[in-house]
Design a protein around this ligand. Structure first.
Ligand SMILES: *Cc1c(COP(=O)(O)O)cnc(C)c1O
Length: 357
């Protein structure tokens, strides 16, 4: 859709809040920077894109997002190197994916040029909120919501596309215990599992809270038909290492096509690791855990980058994974980090420098 006026309008804060922030004690996703991006969709077109001070906004109780959940989002990060240069990691991938998610949720797609310009400008304005050093980054949350007022069950004719920025430290500290799903499902064939739809998360909170009562942090979801195949965790794709082969489920309409996942697959090939993108059954996993050939399980997603899984639970039994001296997870985490923080070469062209001046 063509904008009526696509020039980015910028309204700056009069004074920054950055001095009030305790960067050593951040709670993930709770602190937002000075500015946010907003663009409205109405009369069949995206309106003037605007950067303005972060703050509350006017909503009406009758807005469709509250009734029918037409909402999609993304998660990406900006990283600062030792010279105060700032980099994004594969940002076009996030734009492509939010537009895929939007399409599935009958939300109009957002124009690429405006997205990339807004992102650069927003990160530039709030660059002082990005801390250097391992694990520190700026979490970027683009999202789109249905804002038309009216409770008839039909797609909204009005939307808001917004981007928020939140300074973060490392997401998970330490190891994660996961439970393999036997009853509940995250997604189904033909459903919205491959979209980053807000409701996918809402639907996981209850089963995840039951798992948390048993001492697990996350669930590894299995296929909704038979609970036989291992699919992905709630916010990350999952990799298994059996002997020296790296296994992960193929993407489908039930599994989110993670950018960290595809980057790890490329890194694995680059490192000469044997990769097997295939369906892995729960019984194969249990057998591999019992005969000692299961070496590692790890999650892959923007928030935590790589999460080390120390235990998994299945049917009242808990299986422990020993730390590996030649861990794939440690290697991929370091290689990804080094690319993201501009420490190493980037043979893949994933890093995008933010124009700061
Ligand atoms: C966002 C997300 C991931 C990870 O995707 P990345 O692009 O690597 O951040 C994995 N699974 C689900 C369900 C997600 O929503």
């Amino acid at each position: 859709m063509i904008n009526t006026d696509s020039t980015l309008h910028i309204e700056k804060v009069t004074s920054t809040r950055v001095g009030e922030v305790d960067f050593d004690n951040l709670v993930f996703g709770k602190t937002f920077t000075d500015h946010m991006f907003e663009c409205e969709y109405k009369n069949g077109a995206w309106q003037r894109p605007t950067i303005k001070p972060y703050g509350p906004m006017l909503v009406y109780p009758g807005m469709k997002v509250f009734h029918y959940g037409q909402a999609v989002f993304e998660g990406m990060k900006a990283y600062k190197d030792e010279n105060d240069d700032v980099f994004l990691f594969r940002p076009e991938q996030n734009l492509e994916r939010i537009n895929k998610s939007s399409k599935r949720m009958a939300i109009p797609e957002f124009p690429k040029e405006i997205f990339l310009e807004a992102l650069n400008e927003l990160v530039r304005l709030d660059k002082d909120w990005i801390q250097k050093g391992d694990g520190n980054s700026l979490y970027i949350r683009p999202f789109a919501i249905a804002t038309e007022v009216g409770v008839s069950a039909s797609p909204s004719k009005e939307y808001k596309f917004m981007i928020l920025l939140s300074p973060v430290q490392a997401y998970y500290k330490g190891f994660v215990k996961v439970l393999i799903a036997e009853k509940y499902s995250r997604s189904a064939d033909g459903g919205v599992g491959a979209a980053k739809a807000a409701g996918n998360y809402g639907a996981q909170f209850y089963p995840t809270s039951l798992a948390q009562e048993k001492g697990f942090q996350q669930i590894i979801w299995t296929d909704s038909n038979e609970h036989k195949y291992l699919e992905e965790a709630g916010t990350m794709n999952v990799f298994f290492r059996i002997n020296d082969t790296l296994i992960t489920a193929p993407t489908s309409d039930r599994i989110l096509d993670g950018i960290t996942r595809k980057s790890i697959l490329d890194l694995a090939k680059h490192n000469g690791v044997n990769v097997d993108v295939r369906k892995l059954t729960v019984s194969e996993l249990i057998a591999a855990a019992e005969d000692g050939s299961l070496k590692e399980i790890f999650g892959a997603g923007t928030a935590a980058v790589v999460s080390f899984i120390s235990h998994f639970g299945f049917k009242d039994k808990i299986y422990e994974l020993k730390e590996q001296s030649d861990s794939f997870a440690v290697m991929f985490k370091k290689q990804l980090n080094d690319i993201q923080y501009n420490i190493s070469e980037d043979p893949f062209g994933w890093r995008k420098k933010v124009e700061l001046f």
